[in-house]
Design a protein around this ligand. Structure first.
Ligand code: IMO
Ligand code: MG
Length: 466
């Protein structure tokens, strides 16, 4: 895309991160910008991520391999960085899937320093999730437990599997640490060594590889996972993931410094946003009722069918204009297909929160991409969150940390006119006045620089704003 080059030209390292609670469209933009890049690298999270790419009408969801993998045939290098936590069984499954679909992965490189997720991490995640009061609603993939072991100095790295005896030694150390667990070393070794054999040709020192390729002038695209509001350092604690998905955590996770990144693009869903799992969400349609409804039956993956059955026959325009906010929220979920790519859970929907966005931008910078605006075609009036009222009735217009975005806050909104179908727009000037007004309101209120507006899942459904 020629227009895209006007943003990327002259840059060597570009990062794509999310400024909300994840699921904003990182997959689409990494795939798109991967055409420009020589290397795509992930640096944080694990298979809690679910990055969706729609190519020629077909949907691909990646949890571990970088979203640039579909461009392997173009000679790109795809790095799974040191800051990640890798479930090797899941990784092998993704490689099988790529084989089946006829995509290569010769350019895949896996950091020997990334930590591995082992069966006891998943077991603990399940136990913690069901025991914890005010539970977080994790993805249940053992992410938090693998990260905790890393910090507690009981993490096992991918490179530890190079030598079976070493792997056994490491597991014995872990057994001493997690003495209350029944860790079957033989079984783990057999299973994980099998996976390791399959991936070993791709395992290397990716930090050194990235730095040496950058010295040669190669262009690098960093693929974020999760979102700023889920950051262990900056997010809505304790309802967060166990890594730092900011541009800082991302750079660190691939062995770079934040100042090595020339441009960070933060993705923002607009004019609605989502959250999957528990935690405060002051601008949620239907508030507490929606949170409870989405978490019913552990946020069961059948909700999509139930909702489609119940509301599917109603025109989307009726649903997204429903006066009752809970129903409106369900309508937006249906219209935008907001069901978790990793767990199938219904994503909670709410108005785009500009206070939270300003906080995210204070870390990730002012350059943003707006996504999903096409999904609310036919909505008469949109709302954007411009503040909160706390339980004492005090107005809050800005926060200094994500944990200030707490339960008990209610959103305050500005109301603007909605828009019709924008999925065919290709230039900023093609957008209806109501859409560009709303975009410019967001820019004025937050100080953001909107660089792109997505009007659909396809690569071509992307507007570059000059
Ligand atoms: P992508 O990369 C949305 C959420 C979980 C839960 C919390 C902690 O697709 O945007 P964890 O399993 O990480 O310990 O769960 O974080 N979460 C995500 N939400 N998108 C993601 O990834 C997420 N990864 C984790 O729902 O609330
Ligand atoms: Mg996702």
């Amino acid at each position: 895309m020629e227009n895209l080059n006007s943003i990327l030209n002259g840059k060597q390292t570009v990062a794509i991160v999310c400024n909300q609670w994840g699921d904003t469209g990182k997959g689409k933009f990494v795939d798109l910008c991967a055409e420009w890049a020589d290397i795509v690298a992930r640096g944080t999270g694990g298979n809690n991520a679910g990055h969706t790419i729609i190519l020629n009408g077909k949907e691909y969801i990646f949890h571990l391999v970088p979203s640039g993998i579909l461009r392997d045939g173009e000679g790109k290098i795809n790095i799974m960085g040191s800051g990640m936590v890798d479930d090797l069984g899941v990784l092998v499954g993704e490689l099988d899937e790529l084989d089946e679909q006829g995509y290569g992965y010769n350019g895949l490189r896996i950091s020997e320093r990334a930590n591995v997720i082992l069966p006891y991490h998943k077991e603990l995640d399940g136990k913690h999730s069901s025991m914890q009061k005010g539970k977080i609603g994790t993805t249940g993939r053992g992410i938090g437990q693998a990260c905790a072991d890393k910090v507690a100095r009981f993490g096992i790295m991918v490179g530890d599997l190079k030598d079976k005896d070493n792997f056994v030694r490491q597991l014995k150390r872990v057994q001493g640490h997690h003495f209350y667990l029944d860790i079957d070393i033989d079984k783990i070794v057999e299973q994980e060594m099998k996976h390791y054999q399959r991936i070993k040709e791709f395992v290397c020192d990716t930090d050194a590889l990235l730095r040496s390729e950058m010295k040669k002038g190669k262009k690098v695209l960093l693929e974020g996972a999760q979102g700023l509001l889920l950051s262990i350092d900056y997010g809505t604690l304790p309802y967060v993931t166990s890594s730092d998905p900011s541009r800082i955590g991302l750079a660190k996770g691939v062995g770079l410094l934040p100042e090595d990144v020339d441009l960070t693009l933060g993705i923002v869903k607009f004019p609605f946003m989502t959250r999957v799992g528990n935690g405060p969400f002051p601008t949620e349609y239907g508030g507490k009722q929606s949170e409870e409804y989405c978490a019913e039956g552990e946020g069961n993956a059948n909700k999509r069918e139930t909702e489609e059955g119940k509301y599917g026959r109603m025109p989307s325009e009726t649903l997204i204009n429903f006066p009752d906010p809970l129903t409106k929220g369900i309508g937006i979920r249906l219209a935008a297909g907001e069901y978790g790519a990793t767990t199938g859970r219904p994503r909670r929907t709410g108005r785009t929160d500009l206070v939270a966005l300003k906080h995210a931008m204070s870390i990730n910078g002012p350059d943003i991409i707006l996504t999903k605006a096409d999904c609310v075609a036919g909505m008469d009036e949109i709302e954007l969150g411009t503040g909160y009222v706390d339980e004492q009735g005090k107005e809050v217009r800005e926060v200094s940390h994500g944990s200030d975005i707490a339960y008990g806050l209610k959103g305050l909104y500005v109301r603007l006119s909605g828009w019709g179908d924008i999925s065919g727009c290709r230039n900023y000037g093609d957008l209806p006045r109501s859409t560009s007004n709303a975009v410019e309101f967001l820019e004025g209120w937050t100080g953001a620089r909107v660089r792109m507006v997505s009007v659909g899942a396809g690569r071509e459904q992307t507007i570059v704003k000059q």
